[in-house]
Design a protein around this ligand. Structure first.
Ligand code: NAD
Length: 307
């Protein structure tokens, strides 16, 4: 009787080589989505924090294009905020909403209260809060100052709490207007894959996003009976100023692709489309969820070659 012994090189059949053995130019070319903008947020009032650049700017434009009136919060650059408002309101959609700008530091309680008072004056109420403002101040743990720790926690976590608290107060006061939305209000927290992926050299940032995860879920549990929906979007690597070093050169981009099974960087529009859908009644039964929009970055890509 003959015995067949499997050799490791025979375990992989022809035509199903592992991804590490396939040169990138033999993979399918990237095709970007072309999606129709529909007025799913008509009549709604929104606040997007940190919206003069990057993801926030893209979300503000997409909410406006979907019919919402949007307050663009920013902290520093007046001209950039004005440009973001112009971009949002010149999208070419007949049903677009209007955009106003408001300067406020989301980590400062008095400024947040003032911002919500202004949104009440300008729009009458608020239906959608997008907690997007965020920053990084990176250092090794032994070199990180208390100021760096406090600033990142202050903006990324406390800032989201302050804005969420004010939004919940208004949502509860006003309740559901069924001609506008099934929900009394929607909060979208912009978190990160780093709410679950540890990140050496960025402990303040990872701690802030881990905090956002349980803050979001705890608020969601608390306010659900008032028909207030609370969810997070967790972006992977999105092409914005915050992570320029990771995509700016071909070498950096090739390194980044090792972390992304879908083999393309995320674009602001990937997050903006998700935000519109998650804020709309099409996502009415989604509550307390962390929605990863990351091209598979959280799929442990280091294991794609078998570990
Ligand atoms: P970005 O730097 O372009 O945007 C951040 C914005 O927040 C800026 O406009 C900044 O001025 C604003 N901001 C900072 N401090 C503020 C404060 N105190 N008050 C109000 N606004 C303030 O970078 P981005 O990539 O667009 O980041 C947006 C959000 O997305 C952040 O929360 C970030 O952590 C998150 N995120 C980004 C990525 C990515 O790959 N780009 C990945 C995961 C998560």
């Amino acid at each position: 009787m003959s015995v067949t012994v499997s050799r490791p090189d025979r375990l992989v059949p022809m035509g199903s080589a592992l991804i590490r053995d396939i040169p990138p130019d033999q993979l399918p070319k990237v095709v970007m989505p072309q999606c129709e903008v529909r007025p799913v947020l008509k009549g709604q009032k929104a606040l997007v924090t940190g919206a003069s650049s990057g993801i926030g700017r893209g979300i503000a434009a997409a909410l406006c294009a979907a019919g919402a009136d949007v307050m663009i919060n920013y902290v520093g650059n007046d001209a950039a905020a004005k440009e973001a408002a112009e971009e949002a309101t010149h999208c070419g959609c007949a049903h677009r909403g209007r955009a106003i700008v408001h300067r406020a530091d989301v980590s400062d309680e008095a400024q947040v209260l003032e911002m919500f008072a202004r949104i009440g004056d300008e729009f009458g109420t608020i239906d959608i809060l997008v907690n997007n403002a965020g920053l990084q101040q990176d250092a090794r743990v032994e070199d990180m100052t208390l100021a760096q720790w406090n600033r990142v926690i202050g903006v990324n976590l406390t800032g989201q709490f302050l804005c969420a608290r004010e939004a919940v107060r208004e949502f509860k006061r006003r309740g559901v207007r069924k001609e506008v939305s099934c929900a009394a209000g929607k909060i979208l927290c912009i978190s990160s894959v780093h709410e679950v992926i540890p990140w050496a050299g960025h402990i303040n940032y990872a701690a802030s996003k881990g905090g956002v995860m349980l803050m979001m879920k705890s608020i969601a549990q608390e306010v659900a009976p008032w028909r207030i929906r609370v969810n997070s979007i967790c972006p992977g690597a999105i092409r914005t100023p915050i992570n320029r070093a990771a995509w700016e050169t071909p070498e950096a981009y090739a390194e980044l692709m090792k972390l992304i099974p879908y083999k393309r960087i995320g674009e602001v529009e990937d997050i903006a489309r998700t935000a519109v859908w998650l804020a709309s009644d099409e996502a009415d039964y989604i509550h307390g969820a962390s929605l990863f929009v990351d091209g598979g970055m959280t799929l442990y890509p280091g294991f794609e070659a078998g570990g």
